[in-house]
Design a protein around this ligand. Structure first.
Ligand SMILES: Cc1ncc(COP(=O)(O)O)c(C=O)c1O
Length: 386
């Protein structure tokens, strides 16, 4: 039955969707998903950093169910939406600065980025956008110098609307930006009237141990994009920013039929309630330490030599491998985890796997995850040596 469905998917879903496995997910509860044939998998992916309070958290599910019976589509160009306004009141309270008080809600991370580009261009009347490479700790001065050279030689400040930065680089390999680099970018933006846009789509909503990763640097961005964990799987995203920039937009220049969907907003309000009631950030701190300690112990073993680096913050953690042969190690490790009923994600082109479990993962589940990683890396070492 599940293999029939998977076969149908292979025949009828565009190859444009890359897919790591042919599992057919049917249920998800807490840190586990269950497939159509009844296999239970420990999920270290959270659906790419989305179900931060676990699959189908009862509080979130109940809020969405109740909202479904009231109104599902409260179109934002026609009227205000109660669920949206109540969510914004709560979101305002968790922003890293009181200056970030004006919102535009959308459905996906990409739409939030697109909205931020439009807001930056409209409020500066400039076109160009810079997305700098993230700096490593010892390279901060050099990287800031390169950025200044870019503004001298390739995109003049008078043409540059914004600098976009992920405070912890996601698809680029899970590299946290050093606070000094973030502060340096803030200075450059202030000197030239360029907007600083923090992309917190993957790093936000508790993923790095604080509600937003920008809090580690103390820097306040002009705009911030948020998505993924905001509604724990319901499609919702936002641009939040300083009022003077957000209100540079004339009416009808932002929007979309489904933006700020009522059910997604009710779910997002429930997510924030779970964060408060279950002290989710305390769990992130404890499980992060457990994971870093577990990975440090694996590195002491003979197969631990395959690990070149372990980095990240909170529960946004990457293992980079040494790639001793032409073959990347990550494929073997991801496959080994799948064979042991655990979902692990790789990261774009790099020989890196990323560990982004639900932030509510228990101590026992994390112990299981570390054991499965250990066994899968040991298997990979044997296969690569053969
Ligand atoms: C940092 C970051 N920005 C933007 C996006 C795009 O978000 P979406 O896939 O919801 O369009 C992603 C998705 O992974 C992301 O990680």
């Amino acid at each position: 039955m599940s293999s029939d469905l998977a076969a149908y998917g292979k025949a009828h879903i565009s190859t444009g969707i890359g897919r790591q496995t042919d599992f057919v997910f049917e249920e998800g509860h807490g840190s586990y998903v269950t497939t159509a044939d009844g296999t239970r998998l420990l999920d270290l992916s959270s659906g790419i950093g989305v179900v931060n309070v676990g699959h189908c958290h009862p509080t979130v599910t109940k809020a969405a169910q109740e909202q479904c019976a009231k109104i599902t589509h409260a179109q934002v160009n026609i009227a205000f939406s109660g669920p949206q306004l109540r969510l914004l009141q709560d979101l305002e309270g968790i922003m890293p600065s009181k200056e970030l008080d004006t919102f535009f809600l959308a459905n996906s991370g990409s739409e939030a980025i697109e909205g931020a580009v439009r807001i930056a261009r409209q409020s500066t009347k400039r076109q160009n956008i810079i997305v700098p490479d993230v700096s490593e700790d010892e390279m901060v001065d050099y990287c800031l110098k390169r950025l200044r050279m870019l503004l001298d030689q390739e995109t003049a400040p008078r043409d540059t609307a914004a600098i976009f930065l992920e405070p912890v680089l996601g698809e680029g390999g899970y590299v946290p930006a050093p606070p000094a680099f973030i502060r340096g970018i803030r200075d450059i933006c202030d000197e030239h009237g360029i907007l600083f846009v923090a992309d917190e789509i993957q790093s936000g909503f508790g993923r790095t141990g604080k509600m937003f990763a920008m809090e580690y640097s103390g820097v306040v961005p002009d705009l911030m994009t948020i998505a993924k964990g905001i509604a724990n799987g319901f499609p919702l995203s936002a641009v939040v920013g300083k009022k003077k920039f957000m209100d540079a937009m004339p009416p009808a220049s932002l929007g979309g039929t489904y933006t700020g969907n009522a059910v997604a907003c009710a779910a997002a309000q429930a997510v924030l309630r779970v964060f408060r009631e279950e002290k989710v950030l305390d769990n992130v701190a404890a499980r992060s330490k457990q994971l870093f300690d577990g990975l440090a112990a694996i590195r002491q073993k003979p197969h631990g030599k395959l690990i070149e680096d372990v980095r990240g913050k909170g529960l946004m953690i990457a293992i980079q491998f040494t790639s001793p042969t032409k073959e990347q190690v990550r494929g073997c490790v991801v496959k080994g985890c799948a064979e042991r009923n655990m979902i692990l994600l790789s990261t774009s082109i790099f020989d890196v796997v990323r560990i982004i479990p639900p932030l509510t993962i228990s101590e026992k589940e994390m112990d299981d995850a570390i054991r499965i990683l250990d066994e899968s890396i040991a298997d990979a070492a044997k296969q690569l040596a053969a």
